[in-house]
Design a protein around this ligand. Structure first.
Ligand SMILES: [Zn+2]
Length: 140
C-alpha cells in the first residue's frame, strides 16, 4: 500500500509542479505540458479519476496547463438563455464551454457521491486526489 500512497503523492506533485513552473516563468509552457502529460499517464495507470477542478485546467488536446491570461483566455458569453464560460487554449486553439448555472452541482460534490466512496473502499467510485486517501486507507 505504501507504493500506492507514494504514487498518489507523485501524481499530485506533477500538477503542482506545472503550476510552479508557469508561475516562475510563463514561457516554460513545454515543461508544464510535460508535467500535465505525465500526471495523466500516471492517473491512467493507477486508474485514478481526476477531480473536475484539476481536469478543467488542462487542455485535452495538447496537455497545456490552462492558466487564464498566460496560456488561455476566459470569456463569458450568453447563448440564448444560458450563460457560458468559454476557455480557449492559446497553444492549440481548443475551446471548451462550461455552463454557468448557479444551481448546478457536480456529482463529486453531492452527498451521494461521498457516501458511495466511503461505502466501497477500493471500489469503482469516483476518486479524486482529495478523496483518494479515504478510499484506500479506510480512515472513515
Ligand atoms: Zn491546447
Amino acid at each position: 500500500m505504501a507504493w500506492l500512497c507514494s504514487s498518489v503523492l507523485f501524481w499530485g506533485f506533477h500538477w503542482q509542479a506545472a503550476h510552479c513552473v508557469l508561475d516562475q516563468n510563463p514561457e516554460n509552457v513545454e515543461l508544464a505540458r510535460f508535467y500535465c502529460f505525465t500526471q495523466k499517464t500516471i492517473s491512467k495507470r493507477l486508474v485514478l479519476r481526476q477531480d473536475p477542478s484539476v481536469k478543467r485546467t488542462v487542455c485535452k488536446r495538447c496537455w497545456t496547463l490552462l492558466v487564464p491570461g498566460v496560456t488561455s483566455t476566459v470569456r463569458q458569453r450568453r447563448n440564448g438563455r444560458h450563460r457560458m464560460t468559454i476557455v480557449r487554449c492559446l497553444s492549440c486553439g481548443l475551446t471548451r464551454r462550461f455552463l454557468n448555472n448557479p444551481n448546478h452541482q457536480l456529482w463529486v460534490d453531492q452527498p451521494e457521491a461521498q457516501l458511495e466512496n466511503c461505502s466501497q473502499p477500493g471500489g469503482m467510485g469516483r476518486t479524486s486526489l482529495l478523496s483518494f486517501c479515504c478510499l484506500y486507507c479506510s480512515c472513515c
